[in-house]
Design a protein around this ligand. Structure first.
Ligand code: C2E
Ligand code: CA
Ligand code: CA
Length: 576
């Protein structure tokens, strides 16, 4: 089977075309033979006219002195032929050298011309040298070939490996040729290995390679498909020579069809299928590593989607999916291991007296770095894990409150906890909250629930009902990120909130644009008319505080007076 694979014409041709299998050009061979012939005639001519004189470098040099130069040059040609053109060069050299013997023998033994004697021995010694060089050089070349084959070929199937793919892609890029990279993964190969054994598994892998190599050979001249194996049941196709991207799908379909034909190994019938992830150069990217990554990403996405589809082209969104999946995995791990923790960001009244803290979820990566809530909260929302995040932070916040109240019974402190609208709407929400308050024996009046204004769009009636329940427990309610979403005054009027949180984006622009300042002022006024307190978020400098004072804003939250901090630092702040 190995031999058959090696006959994969396209693949071998491609490997040969790459620097991996470079051979000396044919023109060099012709040139060497020609130079040898000229040098031999030079030798004969100069030795026959040995007496003639040539004037060079202010001296008289006899022609015979050049005979040695020509014969050395002839020898160099012979040696080069053997080294560069191996077997062909060796045979040619032997023919060239041996063919001179009859003439030398005639000269010496019949014509009794003893001038040919040195030539006769020279020829004989050269033949011996050529044989020695050929035999020893052949050993080195064979060894080199083995090393090179190991470097570029997969041992089991004899297919090119990842290194060879890299070389080919670099070459195609250099020649500015477009190509498609198709990452292939066989479906359920593991079960073949487990039920039938590794030997059968190997035969299947080789058979797949054999089929695809044969197909690659059978394709038209314009299209090249380089079939490679990367690892266990992962193959790679590099398609080049097409003119329209649509052709890629047809080629992949042919490889798919070929693979799915019945395969009989050890008397068992197998129907092998696979998933295919496609990326294109230069359409998707121009960096080889990224192309590998994208083809794999498309492959993983199609595998993840499961039944129904088996071929997918790379789209940038796939990377998000990949990243989100990774974040989801990390988030689950953090939740299962109680690794979600929290920070507390202080909130002050306008005279810099502490009002309380907002509890903010935090999560670390395995290397200790923070993963931003902007990354993991949306994933948590999408996967329904947000309930667990909210409750974990809520419990930590209540535990913190219990610590504060233990030290200062009459502490007038409020802890704001973010709750996702989806979570809030769940039926068990109130029970969960109550359970935690009972566990830590903390009065609900110290707790504020932050809800984004999107709640006013999503089923308003149910939301109002839920908010009434929260308020009935004695907790406060804040409307988060106010001004960023859809809000209508009439809704706001019905909304039993205690606090309006003006979004950072308005505070940012407040001191650079008069209309933004007026907008913030209007929100503060409306809030007060409706009996809400108003807090500005993301306040970063003193000038903003001055403006907010002037406008009449009640509270400040922002880096200017306090960044999110650990519970220990927050305790210190409370008791300072
Ligand atoms: P948010 O509720 O609007 O929280 C305020 C965000 O603004 C926090 O970012 C806070 O660190 C940041 N911030 C506060 N002051 C400043 C400032 O002066 N300058 C700047 N540049 N930023 C400031 P963080 O902690 O990254 O939280 C981002 C979002 O994640 C939060 O926005 C909230 O929507 C969500 N989130 C955080 N924890 C939870 C949670 O436990 N549950 C839920 N459902 N969402 C959470
Ligand atoms: Ca918030
Ligand atoms: Ca906010």
């Amino acid at each position: 089977m190995g031999d058959k694979l090696r006959s994969g014409k396209q693949i071998d041709k491609t490997l040969r075309d790459l620097s991996l299998k470079k051979e000396a050009p044919k023109s060099g061979y012709v040139l060497l033979v020609l130079l040898y012939t000229i040098a031999m005639f030079g030798t004969i001519f100069t030795s026959r006219n040995g007496g003639r004189i040539i004037h060079m470098f202010d001296s008289d040099i006899p022609f015979s002195a050049f005979a040695g130069v020509f014969s050395s040059f002839a020898n160099i040609c012979i040696i080069s032929l053997v080294v560069l053109y191996r077997k062909v060069g060796f045979i040619t050299s032997l023919i060239l050298l041996v063919s001179q013997f009859p003439m030398l023998v005639v000269n010496i033994f019949l014509r009794h011309n003893l001038n040919s004697f040195p030539g006769f021995f020279m020829n004989l010694l050269t033949i011996i040298a050529v044989v020695i060089i050929y035999v020893s050089h052949n050993k080195v070349v064979k060894y080199q070939q083995t090393l090179r084959d190991q470097a570029v070929k997969d041992r089991l199937t004899g297919l090119p490996n990842r290194f060879a793919c890299n070389e080919l892609m670099a070459d195609l890029i250099k020649r500015d040729e477009k190509f498609a990279l198709v990452s292939v993964d066989l479906n359920d190969f593991k079960s073949i290995n487990e039920t039938m054994g590794h030997d059968t598994g190997n035969v299947v892998l080789k058979a797949v390679a054999e089929r695809w190599v044969a197909l690659s050979d059978a394709l038209g001249n314009d299209i090249n498909v380089f079939v490679a194996r990367l690892s266990a049941d992962e193959y790679l196709l590099i398609i080049s020579g097409y003119s329209l991207s649509e052709e890629i799908d047809n080629i992949v379909a042919r490889f798919k069809e070929e693979l799915e034909k019945k395969m009989t190994v050890d008397g068992c019938d197998f129907y092998i299928t696979a998933c295919y992830g496609i990326t294109e150069y230069p359409k998707d990217d121009t960096v080889i590593d990224n192309l590998f990554l994208f083809a794999d990403a498309a492959l993983h996405e199609v595998k993840r989607l499961g039944e129904g589809s088996s071929v997918m082209h790379f789209r940038p969104e796939i990377l998000n999916t990949e990243k989100n999946l990774e974040t989801e995995r990390k988030l689950r791990h953090a939740l299962d291991n109680k690794k979600i923790f929290f920070n507390l960001q202080p909130q002050y009244d306008i005279n810099h007296n502490l009002r309380g803290f907002e509890a903010l979820a935090r999560m670390r990566d395995s290397d200790g770095s923070f993963i931003s809530p902007a990354e993991f909260i949306p994933v948590a929302e999408k996967t329904g894990l947000i309930d667990r995040v909210d409750m974990r932070v809520f419990e930590l916040a209540v535990e913190f409150l219990a610590d504060v109240l233990r030290g200062k019974k009459d502490a007038d402190l409020i802890i704001s906890c973010n709750v996702s609208v989806k979570h809030l709407m769940k039926n068990n929400f109130i029970d969960e909250i109550k359970g935690i308050l009972v566990k830590y024996q903390v009065p609900a009046s110290h707790i504020e629930i932050e809800i984004t204004e999107s709640i006013m769009i999503d089923s308003m009636d149910k939301a109002l009902e839920r908010i009434d329940e929260i308020k009935a427990l004695g907790m406060k309610v804040a409307i988060d990120d106010f001004g960023t979403g859809y809000s209508s005054l009439s809704y706001l009027n019905n909304f039993p909130s205690d606090l309006l949180k003006i979004d950072k984006s308005f505070i940012d622009q407040m001191n650079t644009s008069e209309s933004s300042k007026q907008y913030v002022a209007a929100i503060v006024t409306i809030g007060h008319v409706l009996n809400f307190s108003v807090i500005s978020e993301g306040v970063e400098d003193e000038s903003q505080i001055d403006t907010l004072k002037e406008i009449g804003c009640d509270y400040i939250q922002g880096f200017v007076w306090g960044r999110p901090m650990s519970a220990d630092d927050a305790l210190e702040l409370v008791f300072s």
